[in-house]
Design a protein around this ligand. Structure first.
Ligand SMILES: Cc1cc2nc3c(=O)[nH]c(=O)nc-3n(C[C@H](O)[C@H](O)[C@H](O)COP(=O)(O)OP(=O)(O)OC[C@H]3O[C@@H](n4cnc5c(N)ncnc54)[C@H](O)[C@@H]3O)c2cc1C
Length: 504
């Protein structure tokens, strides 16, 4: 019994923890409420085309990259089809205000050179900024598969990392326009100029500057590869039956009950759901009121309105870059802080490749526009497919606004749209169970650093937490959180890091 574990939720967090534990000799059962595993990795099909729901943009898979090491250790790196984005312009910032386009290329030196050419008076400042940013990201030992040593202690305890990102950039850069431009990717971490701690920006910016890429044929392949691995080790991934109750006594989980009335027992239990959702499934007496209040009161990040577009054949170029479109420089920071009549003030346009041959034209385009849950709160008590006419009208109106703006950035594209459909924060909430459809879980806040970290351990002896809410989110953060959770069960992080490094 002790070497058996039940994992609630089969998204990136749950599946990664499951794979790590399989390799540690645990018998693993993953319980997933959706008809298939994946969560944010899920890729669905519509009209013969596949569309990614949550992970379109990845990094860390280039030679020497931290996720390449990680998935090599799991034995699945070679099963993944990954396409590097344009090294000269993996991201392009498009500004409507003056029609400018700014490429962002791979590599620190190219970054300095590209921005320095555009802002020559700031070149040395840019160099200092990016070098210090790299130095900070280097010191997060887990992000680099290292452990801290005396020369380079881990930074989590340091005040240095709690500086608000806007203030940090302004320490180096004088030009207001460049300050905004250097925050072009803040939507990747739901950034807020005054409250997001600099370490989040440092880790994510360095990750992508070092080698941005995409899945070819959708992110589901990573979920499928992990499910395959779990089954090879004798584990199970059971889909289509969500957990509805975690039954615990005297701070020990006895079993979990599913929607279909099945009962599963193991020695250990890990929930990869939002902690507030986990706590709703367990008798309140098992946790202190203070803990429960903290988990449900911590603010979440914003959500998104996503338009999935199918283009007519051979009309829209395949873009080997992510396009960050913004109306005005001053709005780069305001994507999640818009006036309703102005929405959307920005959008991220991507053309995920369906197959390896997609080099010239894109058949599908995904447009992500950030949206606050409040915009759909009127329908919060409704469920998929039964939200009513006013909701459908709202969705259509939002879609229309997005497509109008898409046409501004890509003139002539609209007439070549074959079909499109969209997802709102409610769609994201109901398909993944993320609180308020939050893209990245809890929001990080430099004024309350302790508040935005959640320990994988809980007061219930055999219940642990994992998933994006523990610490960082996304393709890098969630696997690292899974490592922390597994390390808490198996005797520390250092042996795990050593094994991963040995697998190279
Ligand atoms: C629109 C969008 C775009 C994004 N783009 C990117 C990107 O380009 N790059 C990137 O790195 N990150 C991106 N992210 C963030 C990334 O998707 C998440 O950080 C990551 O997928 C979170 O993984 P997780 O395992 O914590 O949660 P999830 O992937 O949400 O997994 C939770 C799982 O639990 C299941 N579940 C819920 N309730 C129950 C229950 N009661 N019983 C059993 N199972 C249950 C859900 O169905 C789901 O499968 C994006 C997110 C969104 C929403």
């Amino acid at each position: 019994m002790e070497k058996s574990v039940i994992i609630i939720g089969g998204g990136l967090g749950g599946l990664t923890a499951a794979c790590l534990l399989c390799k540690e000799g645990y018998r693993v059962t993953v319980l997933e409420k959706h008809y298939t595993a994946g969560g944010g990795l899920h890729t669905f099909r519509r009209g013969g085309m596949s569309y990614e729901t949550g992970i379109h943009y990845i990094s860390g898979f280039q030679p020497g990259g931290v996720l390449r090491k990680f998935y090599t250790y799991l034995g699945i790196f070679n099963r993944l089809k990954i396409k590097p984005l344009d090294p000269g312009a993996f991201d392009v910032i498009c500004v409507k205000e003056d029609g400018s386009r700014y490429p962002v290329g791979v590599g620190k030196e190219r970054f300095i050179e590209q921005w320095g050419r555009l802002f020559p008076a700031e070149k040395e400042n840019i160099r200092h900024y990016v070098e210090d940013l790299y130095a900070m990201a280097d010191r997060f030992y887990l992000c680099n598969m290292r452990f801290p040593d005396e020369d380079m202690p881990d930074l989590y305890q340091s005040e240095e990392i709690a500086v608000p990102v806007g203030e940090y950039i302004a320490r180096y850069i004088g030009d207001e326009r460049l300050r905004n431009l250097l925050a072009w990717n803040n939507a990747l971490y739901a950034g807020n100029r005054e409250t997001t701690p600099i370490y989040v920006h440092a880790i994510i910016s360095r990750l992508f500057i070092e080698g941005a890429s995409r899945f070819v044929g959708g992110s589901q392949q990573l979920a499928d590869a992990m499910c395959g691995l779990i089954r090879e080790y004798g584990g199970e991934v059971i889909c289509g039956d969500g957990v509805k109750e975690i039954v615990a006594e005297n701070r020990e989980v006895k079993y979990v009950l599913t929607e279909k009335g099945r009962r599963y027992e193991a020695g250990m239990y890990i929930s990869s759901l939002h902690p507030a959702n986990t706590l709703e499934m367990i008798d309140p007496s098992q946790f202190t009121k203070a803990y429960r209040t903290r988990m449900s009161a911590m603010p979440n990040t914003y959500s998104a309105f996503v338009v999935f577009v199918r283009m007519k054949k051979n009309t829209f170029p395949y873009l080997n870059s992510n396009m960050y479109c913004t109306d005005r420089y001053a709005q780069i920071w305001e994507v999640g802080n818009y006036r309703p009549e102005e929405w959307p003030t920005g959008m991220m346009v991507m053309t995920p490749p369906e197959s390896e041959g997609d080099e010239k034209y894109a058949e599908k385009v995904i447009i992500n526009c950030l949206m606050n849950f409040d915009d759909v709160r009127a329908w919060e008590n409704t469920r998929v497919g039964r939200r009513g006419e006013t909701y459908e009208q709202f969705k259509k109106a939002c879609e229309e606004r997005v497509l109008q703006k898409f046409e501004c950035y890509f003139p002539g594209a609209r007439k070549n749209i074959e079909s499109c459909f969209s997802a709102t924060p409610l769609t994201i909430r109901d398909y993944t169970g993320s609180k308020d459809g939050a893209l990245y879980g809890y929001a990080k806040n430099c004024q309350s650093m302790v508040q935005s970290h959640v320990s994988p351990l809980t007061k219930v002896r055999n219940l642990l937490l994992t998933g994006q809410n523990i610490n960082l989110h996304g393709i890098l953060g969630v696997p690292l959180n899974a490592m922390m959770t597994v390390a808490a069960m198996t005797g520390g992080i250092e042996p795990l890091i050593e094994k991963i490094n040995r697998a190279e």
